[in-house]
Structures are given as structure tokens and as C-alpha cells.
Write a protein that binds this ligand. Structure first.
Ligand SMILES: Nc1ncnc2c1ncn2[C@@H]1O[C@H](COP(=O)(O)OP(=O)(O)OP(=O)(O)O)[C@@H](O)[C@H]1O
Ligand SMILES: [Mg+2]
Length: 300
């Protein structure tokens, strides 16, 4: 995903009068959208600062990235205010929608923002008046601001963000659809060899970062691979929660390592617990495995 983001961001012409391509990261909850996008934003921020300096030619602080999280019923004014708030502009507390919009533009131009991230965009109610208003507003931002829009959300395709507009009965929305590149973030799967190898790589990387006195190489990747996959169903959010809580417990009861017995006592998020049972049966009956072919012999 980062590779694609670099392509799109660096190829966008950042001068005012051309409509710039937008990006949408569209995936299920808990797959690491926010985490991944923020990691990219940090890299981008650091690169820009390293290349162009901490201050712009006009002496303003350089802020290459602006990130705004949407709320349940974000209106145009809220969005503008959130952008102004991000820059801690003194005028952020009062003003009309238009005034706040101008202040936001001023900040974006002064700080030479190049990437505007809108997180949790699915909160937007597209079919409502304020949804349409906001969608047009975003199109305007993409047109007039020298920024690349990065939208993050769940089920954006179903909301009609990428459709041509016929389905929603509104051709104007196609303007957004035609300019937005969709990036996906699938969960880990174990039905293919490539998927199994990726999952193992993740576990090996995690293993190295655990700070437990009695851990051993292969503790996660060899001994707990199937178990961890069943408990997390390949969702990184659930996996990290489980391991994090497991480590806390291992430290508290002084066992200083992760085992099946210890993790059995650790509660995970509701969705993962729900999906776990079916998978566990398949794994126990050896219909499925999470280990790549080459590494199966090494399992305990
Ligand atoms: N690359 C990663 N390395 C380690 N942990 C990660 C990684 N990506 C995600 N996580 C873990 O997964 C959890 C969920 O990730 P994140 O909040 O980014 O998901 P999301 O897709 O934005 O979810 P939502 O749709 O609910 O906003 C994070 O709290 C983090 O602990
Ligand atoms: Mg998120």
C-alpha cells in the first residue's frame, strides 16, 4: 500500500488548477488502515522536511500532512473547523463556514500541505443533503488546494463513493468516483502458500519485538501459529490485542513466555471470539494449517 501511495502522491501535479487524483483506503475494521496510513504520513512528513527544510521560503512552519478525523455528523463547518484546529489557528473557535474555510485554505497554503488525510470517511451520510454538500466540498478541495486527498474508511464502495452515480441517481458523484484510486487492505489468509508465508513472516517479526525474558525463537511462529490464526482470524487488530494482553499476563504471573494455556485465559475482542470456533475445528482436524510447507517440519 505504501508503494502505491508513493506513486500516486509523487505523480500528482501539485499546482492549483488541475484536478488531482485522490486515494481511498477501503477495508474492514481492525485491519490497520489508520496505522498504515499514519506510518506513511510520518515517512512522507520526514522526507519533505529533510528535503525542503523545517520552514517554508516565506518563513512559515512546514506541515506536509494534515489529518482530520470525521465525527458522526460532520457538517461542512465541522470539517473546516477541524482543519483549522489541526493547525491550532487562533481563529478556530468562531467564524462562519466560509470564514473557517478560508482560514483552512490559508493554513494549507502557508504550511505547504501536500497530503490531506480524512479518516473514518464512512461516517459521512452521502445520500443526505449534508453528505452531498461535503462530497462537492471535497471535490472543490481536490481542485483548488495543492493537496492529494487520502480518504480512509469502511465500506466506501457500498456508500457509492466510487460508483458512476447511476446507482445513487446522481451523476455529480461520478466526479469523485472517476478521480479516486481505491486501495484495499485484505486480512491475512492461510488458504494459499503465499498467505501462509506472509503470516509466518509477521509472527517472526512480532516474536523479535516481544520483551519477555523466557521467550525462544519460534515461540509464536512455530508453536502458536495455528492457534494465533484461529484466535485472530487473520485480523491484525485482534492479533495485536491478544498478544499485548498475553504479554501483560505473562509478566504478571512471571512465566515470561507465551503458551497456549496462558493465552486461553486471555479475552480477545468480541468479533474475533465469535469467528474463532469454526476455524479452530478446521485447524484441529488438520484440514487447514497456517504454516508454510517448508517450515512444517520444524514445528514442535
Ligand atoms: N502494522 C502493524 N503493526 C502492528 N500492529 C498493528 C499494525 N497495524 C495495525 N495494528 C494494530 O491493529 C489495531 C487496529 O489498527 P487500526 O486502528 O489501524 O485499524 P483500522 O483499520 O483503522 O480500524 P478502524 O476501521 O476500526 O478504524 C491497532 O490498534 C494496532 O494495535
Ligand atoms: Mg481507523
Amino acid at each position: 500500500m505504501h508503494e502505491d501511495l508513493w506513486d500516486i502522491l509523487d505523480s500528482n501535479l501539485q499546482d492549483g488548477d488541475k484536478a488531482k487524483g485522490a486515494v481511498a483506503v477501503d477495508a474492514f475494521p481492525g485491519l490497520g488502515k489508520t496505522t498504515s496510513v499514519l506510518a506513511f504520513a510520518r515517512d512522507f512528513h520526514c522526507r519533505e522536511i529533510a528535503e525542503r527544510g523545517r520552514f517554508t521560503d516565506q518563513g512559515h512552519e512546514r506541515w506536509p500532512v494534515c489529518r482530520v478525523g470525521l465525527t458522526g455528523n460532520t457538517s461542512l463547518k465541522d470539517l473546516n473547523q477541524a482543519m483549522v484546529e489541526y493547525f491550532a489557528h487562533p481563529g478556530r473557535l468562531r467564524g462562519t463556514t466560509a470564514q473557517l474555510g478560508r482560514q483552512a485554505l490559508d493554513c494549507v497554503l502557508s504550511c505547504e500541505v501536500r497530503l490531506l488525510i480524512l479518516d473514518d470517511l464512512h461516517f459521512l451520510k452521502w445520500r443526505h443533503t449534508n453528505g452531498m454538500e461535503l462530497s462537492n466540498h471535497l471535490k472543490w478541495i481536490a481542485n483548488e488546494f495543492p493537496v492529494t486527498l487520502l480518504k480512509v474508511g469502511v465500506g466506501l464502495a457500498d456508500k457509492g463513493l466510487f460508483s458512476e452515480g447511476e446507482a445513487s441517481g446522481d451523476a455529480a458523484q461520478a466526479q469523485t468516483g472517476r478521480r479516486t484510486t481505491r486501495l484495499d487492505m485484505p486480512p491475512f489468509t492461510i488458504t494459499s502458500e503465499t498467505g501462509r508465508r506472509q503470516f509466518r513472516k509477521l509472527l517472526l517479526a512480532l516474536e523479535q519485538r516481544l520483551v519477555l525474558a523466557d521467550k525462544w525463537p519460534g515461540m509464536l511462529a512455530d508453536d502458536l501459529s495455528d492457534y494465533l490464526f484461529a484466535r485472530s482470524t487473520g485480523h491484525i487488530g485482534s492479533l495485536m490485542t491478544l498478544i499485548n494482553r498475553g504479554c501483560q499476563r505473562a509478566i504478571r504471573n512471571r512465566s515470561e513466555c507465551l503458551s497456549r494455556e496462558l493465552l486461553d485465559g486471555v479475552k480477545n475482542d468480541a468479533a474475533a471470539e465469535e469467528a474463532r470456533r469454526e476455524l479452530e475445528v478446521a485447524l484441529d482436524q488438520r484440514k487447514l494449517t497456517s504454516r508454510p510447507r517448508a517450515d512444517r517440519g520444524t514445528a514442535a
